[in-house]
Structure formats: structure tokens, C-alpha cells
Design a protein around this ligand. Structure first.
Ligand SMILES: Nc1nc2c(ncn2[C@@H]2O[C@H](COP(=O)(O)OP(=O)(O)OP(=O)(O)O)[C@@H](O)[C@H]2O)c(=O)[nH]1
Ligand SMILES: [Mg+2]
Length: 285
């Protein structure tokens, strides 16, 4: 089952324009990627825009990704000269390490200002990433307070907002940004199942059926154990039907409520209830 998803609403183009305007005052970029899909959640369109700034790559939602693969990702990124750190923003794991990496950049910039006879000032960072990846949660973690609004659906941050972190750092929170066209069908699919795409723009039954097929191929026992299935049908829709049947999701006529099963599978996959999954692998794995 294949899905074709595109999502580039007007507010993303607007955010990109605003980013370009704000760029001159930015010292450093914090690029937040989803640890489950570090390739797919990298926005090449934005990367081009910020190409001349130092970037720290953050793999968020590491609690939902396969641990060994995340380690390999960090190694692969750092081998390419990109400082990178994995974080679990639910618990704060990795955040101190990130702070350490940001402080290194701050020192470099302070020294540069000092050499030019200018006073040092707080570092100005821009936090970018696809929708719902954890940008605002990351800022709140670094600030140790709820300065930026967060939420489970993509599109929670509506406009730009500067957040001050102590006297050494200011971070600019902006709405999540995607790019005008997903060339590969897999891109929209991966972004949809990890929660980066508005549920209004895709057919969740089709996406969930494709997810069921993906799980069947990748780790069938995860499906089998969670939903108590004796055997797993080959195609996505019959898998959703089997899940609905097992859960007793029935419509008034007695047929299975496939929509309810589809929502359940998507929700449980996103919450990590089916286990940790990484969908993009580093080049050396
Ligand atoms: N499991 C897990 N969930 C996380 C993590 N980081 C953030 N979340 C959750 O992901 C959702 C989105 O977080 P936000 O911080 O609002 O994401 P955002 O990137 O600012 O989203 P937009 O403003 O919509 O672009 C929230 O429900 C967070 O609780 C993480 O490391 N692990
Ligand atoms: Mg946000």
C-alpha cells in the first residue's frame, strides 16, 4: 500500500522568509531532527539557508528510537565534523551534554568578539526542525521553565519567540518547517507516522495500513504480541481488521471498525508502545 502525502502550507513559506530576515543576528543553529528518522527529518532546503552558521544537530525523541542506531548516528554525524547529541526531552536525558556543546560555541564567539575589542554578549541561537519534533520542549528544558508552548500535534508554535536562558543564551523558537515537495513517497510516509504532518492532510486509514505492513515486515512479533494475533495477514487493511476484531472494535452492523483500529495503531506506534523503531540508518550501518 502506498501513500502520497505533501504538506507545505503558506505559513511555512512565511516562516522561511522570516528566518532569512532574522539570520544576520543568529550566531548558531540548533537543528532538531527526529532520532527515528534523522535523514528524512533533515530539511535540506533550510540547511542551505543556514549553511554559513555553526550548526549543532540534536536527535530528539531518542527514547523512541533504537539505542544502538542512535549511537551510530551520533558517531557518523560527528565524524563528518558536525557536533551532535541525542536527547530524550521527556526525561531531560542528554540536555546537559547539549548545553556543554552550546557553551563551547559561546566561548568561541566571545573570544572572537574580544579579539575585535568588542564586549561579549549572550549567544543567539535559532532552533529549527520539522513540525512536532520537540523544538519548543527543548527550549523549555534548556530554560528550566515553560517559556514556549508545546503540544502533541504539529503546528503548535505559531510565530517566532525569543526565549532567554540565563544571561548567556537566547533562543529563537519558530514554527516547524517542511519543504515544498517530497520527492520520495517514503518521505511523506515517515513524516506522517512519526507525527510531523497535520492529520488533516492525509488519509489516516491508508497511512496506518501502510504502517501495519511496514511493521509486519520489520518486526512482526511486535504486532503479534501487542494485539494478540495468531497470524498476521499479508496486507495492511486486513491487519487493521484483525487488530479491530481482537480489540472488539465493532460497528453497529457487526463489521470491524477499521478507522478505530487505524487510529490505535498510529497512536501506539508514535508513543513507543510497540517498541523502539529507527527508520533511517546512518551510511556506515
Ligand atoms: N517521547 C518523546 N516525546 C517528545 C520528546 N520531545 C518532545 N516530545 C513531545 O513531542 C510533542 C511535540 O513537542 P513540541 O516541543 O511542541 O514540538 P515542536 O517541534 O515545537 O512542534 P511545532 O511547534 O508544532 O513545530 C510534545 O507532545 C512533546 O511532549 C522526546 O524527546 N521524546
Ligand atoms: Mg513548537
Amino acid at each position: 500500500m502506498s501513500v502520497d502525502i505533501q504538506w507545505y502550507p503558506g505559513h511555512m513559506a512565511k516562516t522561511k522568509r522570516e528566518l532569512r530576515e532574522n539570520l544576520p543576528v543568529i550566531d548558531i543553529v540548533l537543528e532538531v531532527r527526529d532520532a527515528r528518522i534523522p535523514t528524512t527529518s533533515h530539511n535540506a532546503d533550510l540547511a542551505e539557508l543556514v549553511a554559513r552558521k555553526p550548526v549543532i544537530t540534536i536527535l530528539a525523541k531518542a527514547d523512541l528510537a533504537e539505542e544502538e542506531t542512535t549511537k551510530a548516528w551520533i558517531k557518523a554525524l560527528e565524524n563528518n565534523g558536525l557536533p551532535a547529541v541525542a536527547v530524550d526531552l521527556k526525561t531531560g536525558w542528554g540536555v546537559r551534554e547539549l548545553e556543554r556543546k552550546i557553551r563551547i560555541q559561546q566561548q568561541i564567539i566571545s573570544q572572537r568578539l574580544h579579539r575585535r575589542g568588542r564586549q561579549s554578549r549572550s549567544l543567539r541561537g535559532l532552533v529549527v526542525g520539522v513540525p512536532n519534533v520537540g523544538k519548543s520542549t527543548l527550549i523549555n528544558r534548556l530554560a528550566n521553565r515553560s517559556a514556549a508552548k508545546t503540544g502533541a500535534l504539529p503546528g503548535v508554535t505559531r510565530g517566532k519567540q525569543w526565549v532567554r536562558i540565563g544571561n548567556w543564551l537566547q533562543l529563537l523558537d519558530v514554527p516547524g518547517v517542511l519543504w515544498p515537495k517530497f520527492e520520495e513517497p517514503q518521505t511523506g510516509f515517515y513524516l506522517a507516522i512519526t507525527g510531523a504532518i497535520s492529520p488533516d492532510v492525509f488519509d489516516y486509514v491508508r497511512v496506518s495500513a501502510a504502517l501495519a505492513e511496514f511493521l509486519r515486515n520489520r518486526r512482526p512479533e511486535a504486532l503479534q504480541d501487542r494485539y494478540d494475533l495468531d497470524s498476521i495477514p499479508k496486507d495492511g487493511l486486513p491487519i487493521l481488521e484483525a487488530i479491530g476484531q481482537r480489540r472488539g472494535f465493532l460497528l453497529s452492523g457487526g463489521s470491524v471498525d477499521v478507522e478505530k483500529a487505524a487510529l490505535l495503531l498510529l497512536k501506539e506506534f508514535r508513543e513507543g508502545i510497540l517498541g523502539r523503531f529507527t527508520l533511517d540508518f546512518p551510511p556506515n550501518l
